[in-house]
Design a protein around this ligand. Sequence first.
Ligand code: SF4
Length: 339
Amino acid sequence: MIKTGLCGLTADEIYDLIEPMGYLYLHAVSISNSIYKKSISDIHEFQKIPLKLKEKLVEFASSGIYFPLNLEVSADESVKYLFRTEDGKEFETIYIPDDKRNTVCVSTQSGCRMGCSFCVTGRYGFRGNLTAGEIVNQIIALPDADKVTHVVFMGMGEPMDNLENVIKACKIITAEWGIAISSRNVTVSTVGIIPAVDQFLKRSDCNLTLSLYSPFPEERREIVPAETQYPVQGIIDTMKNFRIKKGRRLSVAYIMIKDINDTDNHLKGLISILQGSQIRVNLLSYHPDRNDKKCSSSAERMHFFKHNLIVSGISASIRKSRGTDISAACGLLASGLKL
Ligand code: SF4
């Protein structure tokens, strides 16, 4: 008999399972607290529920929590974990400790079907979507789960290509009965699948960041094939036209590649598509894979972009890279998996 995994269910869904047995909503909340806040993988150890309920639960359910198979630690203390689902899909998760801010970068798919030219995950191919439980498990199954303050959906996969599971995972991560991390500290990245972006903006309170690469459609298309179907201007307009609640962040991630997308013309293009919006820009270094002759823009050039964006009324910051020595940086996930 295949047992129901509880990790990935909402408190309401857990209640639907136990209510016919005569148990209360507060018992469902105790179960979700045991899973999402305490990372308890053995149902017998669940807290604040009757022994009889535990005995009934084990007959048809499992916690659904499973642990990483492997880990690599970076010189900067970031840790890359390898997970494998029961049906054999592999994916990676990064834990990035930084003083009081500890971030987990989760995957949403095993591989990816977007095929962005610079990205190792894209070359790994598509092996399948991760369920909401498999996404949430990447946080609660880590040794430092209780220290996590921020979550970014920037690992393997395109989150908007797995929208329902991503929205449900965001709900579990931010709910009081769930992990209870503020939605202001949860950011989902996308290459911009417009209908899904529109749905995500309406149905979730979490932050959204667009991976841009170039403000020019022809050039972006060569790096991000999704540009053909979902042009950058349409994505930016969708983000611009959405009335955002106070504290929610919409941003653009701009990976800077020397002499490729860091010219004065690119800066002008960036300013032109973003001016007058509340979209901020995060400038990131480029991390070449083996045999890649391209390299990152210099620190001076990145500061030049930042300064000019700010002077033009666009919020901008430079994000530092973490975990590059263990291939845990942007675009490098899956480089340790079998291609
Ligand atoms: S950059 Fe993101 S969307 Fe593009 S192939 Fe890589 S994982 Fe997929």
